[in-house]
Design a binder for this molecule. Structure first.
Ligand code: PRP
Length: 210
């Protein structure tokens, strides 16, 4: 059963672009472009219920009431792979601020290790959009969510391209208030904690660093 706060995109364009990402034959330039396209599709979905406020606008003809975003939005890419999703999100929300968090997984233990944290002490964003193409064991996202909660963000949304079912279940169980938007959920992890069938190492494929 899919928990209430997990949203799995169901759209032909998502399936189409995901197939390209999964293929081992997709070159880094195409892979990067595919990540950006999927990030935009996920980004539209993940911002469907962002609050709006009414504003008066002068058109060249008359005055009318329009709506603009009514929330401070922070984009939080998880280095490195999350960098591949930043530009499309900024394209959608040009006034968002970008807060980088650096983590890598220890290759022996698969536990996340933090190495960079650009979050300030105060003035938390109203909404944080966490960007990481892969949610495998869920350990990295858990660390990021805890950090954002410490910063004071109450509305945390995770945008991933592929999540593994066990990691997704873990994050959903531990953080019932965090919304998770994914293009696909894969069934399992292998002995190296890689998502199966997955798409390999997203960071390496985005940056062409085997
Ligand atoms: C990958 C991926 C996530 C993390 C997911 O990063 O981009 O950040 O692992 O794994 P988890 O859910 O088990 O924590 P990686 O460590 O490969 O770093 P990179 O982005 O620098 O390639």
């Amino acid at each position: 059963m899919t928990p209430n706060q997990v949203f799995i995109l169901d759209h032909p364009l998502v399936s189409h672009h995901l197939a390209a990402l999964r293929s081992r034959d997709t070159r880094p330039s195409e892979f990067r472009a595919g990540v950006a396209r999927l990030a935009m599709l996920i980004g539209v979905h993940a911002t469907e219920d962002i609050p709006l406020k009414e504003v008066e606008i002068e058109t060249p003809i008359t005055t009318t009431t329009c709506e603009r975003l009514d929330a401070e939005i922070g984009i939080v890419p998880v280095l490195r792979a999350g960098l591949g999703m930043v530009d499309p999100l900024l394209e959608l929300i040009p006034d968002a601020s970008v807060w980088h968090l650096g983590l890598y997984r220890n290759e022996e233990t698969a536990e996340p290790v933090g190495y960079y944290d650009k979050l300030p002490r105060s003035n938390a964003s109203d909404v944080a959009l966490v960007l990481d193409p892969m949610l495998a064991t869920g350990g990295s996202i858990e660390l990021v969510v805890r950090r954002l909660q410490r910063w004071g963000v109450s509305d945390i949304r995770v945008l991933s391209i592929i999540a593994a079912q066990p990691g997704l279940d873990r994050v959903a169980r531990d953080f019932p208030d965090v919304k998770i938007y994914v293009a696909a959920v894969d069934p399992s992890l292998n002995e190296n904690a890689f998502i199966v069938p997955g798409l390999g190492d997203a960071g390496d494929r985005i940056f062409d660093t085997p």
